[in-house]
Design a protein around this ligand. Structure first.
Ligand SMILES: NC(=O)c1ccc[n+]([C@@H]2O[C@H](COP(=O)([O-])OP(=O)(O)OC[C@H]3O[C@@H](n4cnc5c(N)ncnc54)[C@H](OP(=O)(O)O)[C@@H]3O)[C@@H](O)[C@H]2O)c1
Length: 312
C-alpha cells in the first residue's frame, strides 16, 4: 500500500486509515463483538493500512483498549493517532464535556498510554476546540508532552482555519482532522487550500458520510445508533432526503464505472489535492478489505469530475 508523508512530520501513512470510533460502541454506536473489532484492526495492518485513529471518548476507553490489544507485538507497524479534550462524567452523551486545560490533558495522555499499552503516541490530536482554554495554554501543554517523548507529533481536529493558524504559532501542528466527503465539502473553500499552502496533513473523517455513501440506505432507513436521532450531518431530518437523492445519482455513475460506490467515494477523497488520508470506519475484516482495495482503483480526472458533479 502507498504511504504518504503526513504534513511536515516524519510519519508516512497509508491513504486509507482505520477509524476506530464505531468499534467503541455505545454511547454513539451499537455494541460490537470485541473479537471482530480486534480482527478488523489486525486485518488493517495485514493489508498495509498503518494509520489507526481512535480517541478516549470512543466507547469511553474501549476503542483505545481494543487498539492496544490488536497492535500488541506489532507496535512498529502502526501509526497510532488518538485525541484529547473530550471527557465524560458518566456513561451517557449528556455527560460529555470539553476540557483542554493543561492538567486535564496531562491526565488524559497517561490514561491513553495505559489503555493503548504503549510508551508513545505517534499523533496526539486536540479533538474539539474548547471555548474556555486559551489556545496557548493547551498548545504549550502539548509541546511539553512532545518534549517528554510521550507524544511524537501534535495534530488538531474540528478547528477552523483561523484557529489552526493561531495554534501553529505555539507549536508545530502536523495535521488536522476535518469532516470531508462527496456530500460534505465545506473545507474546500478555505481550510484545504490553507493546509496545502502550509504543508499541514489532512486526515479526512467520515469519508463515507458515516455510511450514507455506501448507497445502502433509503429515506426510510431506521438507525438504532446516533444516526437515528436525526440531528447530525447528512442524517439531519432536513438533509436526509437530499442526501439520499444525491446518492441515487452517484449510484448510477458507480454502475457505469463498474465499481462499488463506497470504494469510489473513498478513492474520490484520497484523490483530492491536499488530502493525506481518509479515515474510514470499518467493523469487520471484510469491510476493512473492501476499503483497502478501494485504494487500487484508478479514477480518471473526467470521472472524478462526474462524481463531484453528481453529488451537487
Ligand atoms: N475528529 C472527529 O471529531 C471525528 C468525528 C467523526 C469521525 N471521526 C473519525 O472518522 C472515522 C470514520 O467516521 P465515521 O464512522 O463517521 O464514517 P465513515 O467512515 O464515513 O462511515 C462508516 C460507516 O460506513 C459503513 N461502512 C464502512 N465500510 C464499509 C464497507 N466496506 N461496506 C459497507 N459499509 C461500510 C458502516 O456503516 P454501517 O454501520 O451502517 O454498516 C460504517 O458505520 C471515525 O472512526 C473516527 O476515527 C473523527
Amino acid at each position: 500500500m502507498e504511504k504518504r508523508k503526513l504534513g511536515q512530520s516524519d510519519l508516512y501513512v497509508s491513504p486509507i486509515g482505520l477509524g476506530a470510533w464505531g468499534i467503541g460502541g455505545p454511547p454513539f454506536w451499537n455494541g460490537r463483538d470485541p473479537k471482530t473489532s480486534v480482527a478488523t484492526i489486525q486485518k488493517a495492518l495485514d493489508l498495509g493500512v498503518n494509520l489507526i485513529d481512535t480517541a478516549p471518548v470512543y466507547g469511553f476507553g474501549l476503542s483505545e483498549e481494543l487498539v492496544g490489544q490488536a497492535v500488541a507485538g506489532r507496535r512498529d507497524e502502526v501509526v497510532i493517532a488518538t485525541k484529547c479534550g473530550l471527557r465524560w462524567n458518566g456513561p451517557s452523551l449528556k455527560e460529555l464535556y470539553k476540557d483542554l486545560s493543561p492538567g486535564s490533558i496531562c491526565q488524559e495522555v497517561e490514561d491513553s498510554l495505559r489503555r493503548l499499552k504503549t510508551d508513545r503516541i505517534d499523533l496526539y490530536q486536540v479533538h474539539w476546540p474548547d471555548q474556555k482554554t486559551p489556545v496557548e495554554n493547551f498548545m504549550v501543554a502539548l509541546a511539553l508532552l512532545k518534549a517528554q517523548g510521550k507524544i511524537l507529533n501534535i495534530g488538531v481536529s474540528n478547528f477552523d482555519t483561523a484557529m489552526l493558524q493561531k495554534s501553529m504559532g505555539f507549536a508545530p501542528v502536523v495535521s488536522i482532522q476535518p469532516k470531508y466527503n462527496l456530500l460534505e465539502r465545506d473545507i474546500e473553500s478555505d481550510l484545504l487550500p490553507f493546509c496545502q499552502e502550509r504543508h499541514v496533513g489532512v486526515l479526512a473523517y467520515s469519508p463515507l458520510a458515516s455510511g450514507m455513501l455506501t448507497g445502502k440506505y433509503s429515506t426510510d432507513a431506521q438507525w438504532t445508533d446516533w444516526r437515528g436521532k436525526g440531528n447530525m450531518g447528512v442524517f439531519q431530518k432536513e438533509q436526509l432526503g437530499q442526501a439520499v437523492a444525491k446518492v441515487e445519482k452517484l449510484k448510477q455513475v458507480a454502475a457505469q464505472l463498474g465499481a462499488p460506490l463506497a470504494s469510489l467515494a473513498l478513492r474520490w477523497v484520497t484523490n483530492r489535492p491536499g488530502v493525506t488520508c481518509a479515515l474510514a470506519g470499518a467493523y469487520t475484516p471484510e469491510q476493512m478489505e473492501a476499503n483497502a482495495a478501494a485504494m487500487e482503483i484508478v479514477i480518471s480526472q473526467t470521472d472524478m469530475e462526474r462524481l463531484t458533479a453528481s453529488a451537487q
